[in-house]
Design a protein. Structure first.
Lengths: 363, 363
């Protein structure tokens, strides 16, 4: 465990997330659970079928399938569309989860060929899609684009991209790992956003704060095929109920709080942007998340944070990434913890941070 | 739900398994769990690392990795050995799990080419392996061979097969879904059996009775590669602790009872083999399991069982499979429930079954 994480864990008021990542998350979800409830069995049974139906309805799709992970769900979605259209080229952002976090599973297991659209610093635009020379079977859009701080296209641009894909017979897949988190900003229901997409993945352990698990939704023919691939991937477990029960429990608790988490992110980003040497990306968050970019190297920023946590009891981040010799960065996602921090104490902590940073930036 | 399953569930003394397959299995495993225990995080952390170390030691292997499923673990094991030896041919039994229960994941995801050894009715023998013409990278042996009632080669034959493979540079992989269950019959430790194999998979929801989950064990270089493939398959979940905690809990409870479960199976098989028209495969079980073969079609056997369950309160099986117009069959696995049945009542139920069957067989 790093010194910063240890210090963060010891603060009275950790700022990010919902809670510590402990077994308590499971214990709470199962506290009032009746032991006689029957397990799902290899994808069948009331427990899994009810949750799948509920999520299909919420997302406005014909059908939905519960998966242990989004990694599995999304590779499978792309493979199904690839096989259907007889084409191996899929377009996505250069910082797409499938490109940077999955050890090339999409290529190694499914032999698909990604076309990287846009560049690493910005969102995919309608122009990128229209001007693409390659003949692709699918465009994958991640809303919000996590690796650039959780940015979003305008809903109008999204609609234009969707129209273009529909006209060209290109499938549109939504990486909705943080879909619930952006609905308040768009002012749309999940179904209104998902209507633009042929297939949709959502996650239950980001803003929802469950243990793990994902839903893949789309038309019935699509989801039926996804069950076969789920078996092939080794994801059709005899029992997925530990993840399903906790996903449902925290979905009920938190899906209505996403607007509040968004407001928290806007409030906190403003405090960050008043600090010399720090800025958030995006400047005005559109979900519960943003990135903090520091024009200060990690080895100078870390001691400041260590001291700040100790002096104020407020923990801003559990880690800092090195960007290069002079820049560092980290991600912030807000949840239930933010409300527990007395506002005056948070303000004082940022005032102290400003002083400490000014001393460094002035050096 | 079928009528037979419903009747089985209503009996006072269901014969097979440990308990109903309900959420209670999780609640019991977590009852005394401290909520402050930290989750595993993407394969790291004390909770997962301790269990992996414990299982590596139990199996006598250098290293072990926890997987959500055996389907995932075994495909990955074969892929690693295939890549290492630059050969795509793997030999296994025609009723191997990978051949009949995984929707061809091994072929569709990994493009490996199975060579089916032996025939469906019997075990793979040393002769089968020695006389094989194909050049294979790996032989997969399932101990016991589940789909033929849980049969086992002699330990001497197993050793001879292992020597032959070692001499030829063929990797030997153990499908040990029911490895714990056969150790009393062999009179060997898990490590003594596993020493014959390059890689080993074991399961935690068969005789152990956990929720789900598997361990893949072998040398460190092998298990390190398996972690990369686990990520690719979508099995490297942020948290696997619901399965790890329950696997460990029921492993501790039941690994020492496997000899007793074996004795139960021998006792029950004897009762079955005294019934006209029924016989067990194998005649003398070598683990907690066997198959019952009936020279009676399902549509005649089912009403007999329905009546028997009602009259005696003893449930023999939850399902019957059609073999053909005159034969039917089902699998029996024994666990904690068998001990709860008063012996006299069990004997009476079988006496009644004999009478009912004689009436049918005499027709």
């Amino acid at each position: 465990m790093t010194a910063l994480l240890e210090a963060f864990n010891q603060t009275t008021y950790p700022v990010t997330g919902h809670s510590k990542y402990t077994v308590q998350i499971l214990l709470e979800a199962f506290r009032d659970m009746d032991g006689s409830v029957e397990s799902d069995v290899y994808g069948n049974g009331k427990l899994i079928e009810d949750f799948q139906r509920k999520m299909a309805d919420f997302l406005g799709k014909e059908s939905a399938v519960f998966f242990p992970s989004g990694t599995m769900a999304q590779q499978i979605a792309l493979r199904i569309w690839s096989d259907e259209l007889g084409n191996k080229k899929v377009a996505y952002h250069p910082l797409c989860h499938l490109e940077i976090h999955e050890k090339d599973g999409l290529k190694e297991l499914h032999h698909l060929e990604p076309i990287l659209l846009a560049d690493k610093e910005r969102l995919i635009t309608l122009d990128d899609v229209v001007n693409m020379k390659e003949n692709i079977f699918c465009l994958l859009l991640e809303l919000p684009q996590r690796e650039i701080g959780g940015q979003l296209p305008s809903f109008a641009e999204l609609e234009a991209i969707a129209s273009h894909c529909r006209e060209r017979g290109i499938k549109l897949h939504l990486d909705g790992a943080r879909l619930f988190e952006i609905l308040p900003y768009y002012g749309k229901s999940a179904a209104e956003v998902c209507a633009l997409f042929d297939s949709v993945y959502v996650s239950f352990y980001k803003g929802i704060g469950g243990i793990a698990g994902a839903i893949l939704a789309g038309g019935e023919a699509f989801t039926e095929q996804s069950k076969i691939w789920k078996r092939r991937h080794g994801g059709d477990l005899i029992s997925l109920y530990p993840y399903i029960v906790s996903s449902d429990y925290y979905f009920e608790q938190r899906v209505g709080k996403m607007g509040h988490y968004h407001e928290s992110a806007v409030e906190l980003a403003k405090l960050y942007n008043e600090c010399a040497g720090l800025k958030t990306n995006p400047e005005f968050p559109v979900s519960n998340m943003f990135h903090v970019h520091a024009a200060i190297p990690k080895d100078k920023l870390e001691p400041i944070f260590l001291a700040l946590y100790k002096e104020t009891g407020i923990g801003l981040t559990r880690y800092i990434n090195v960007v290069n010799d002079s820049l560092s960065a980290y991600e912030v996602s807000l949840g239930d913890r933010f409300d527990k921090i007395p506002k005056a104490q948070l303000k004082e902590a940022f005032d102290l941070l400003k002083q400490k940073l000014q001393a460094i930036v002035a050096e």
